[in-house]
Design a protein around this ligand. Sequence first.
Ligand code: ZN
Length: 246
Amino acid sequence: MNKILKRVLIFVGVTVGVLVLAYGGFYLKIRSEVSTFTPMETGSIVDDVFVVKDDFANLFLVRDKDSGKYIVIDCAIDQASVAEQMKILGIDPGDVSAVFLTHTDWDHVGALSLFDNAKLYLSKEEEPLINGKRSRILFLKNAIPRTDYTLLEDRQVVQIGGLKVEAFLVPGHTPGMTAYLINNRYLFTGDILSLKDSKMAPIPPFFDMDTAQAIESSKIIRQIPTAEYLFTAHWGYTDDYKTAVE
Ligand SMILES: [Zn+2]
């Protein structure tokens, strides 16, 4: 074997080895952080709010009393498992009229295709992550299987039947991370914060694109006076918003 070929082979071997180790380390780090998550079991939470558990993520459904239709907040990880859990709840994905994404990480968009007939909303600031303009981490980009979405401004209000949905931009975890306040009472916070003993706490910084900004944004979450319930995507919920944000 000539010298140049030998050097090329060594270089390729070392590069592949480094990539495999980096990927393996990254995967193990994610699994160990995720093992600390405390998602809720599938079921009814309060009045017209329902939750689906998919591995370490929760998807929420809110029923519109007027029409009997639902809106969904975030789409968890796996389409088949979400479909199965919705069957347990007795909710037909065809009865979902709108989907609101808090952000576009893979554990929040996995079952999006179950709701192809629903209108899709996400924040304007999140779009660069899904249209290829900005990476999520290194060379990795987020993706969703649809382009027919409606982009929301900070504090924009959308009325879906009898449900009033207000968007609060809370960047940091991702640039377009958005919390949704429904009918002035139910606050869905995605991944901007976790709950520890029913109190607001930061999420593991490993997952944030900008932790300092996320901490700054959490102040916005503390200043929503009409909120009563606070729901997170991986750490459960509380029916005592005031105590949680004290
Ligand atoms: Zn998440």
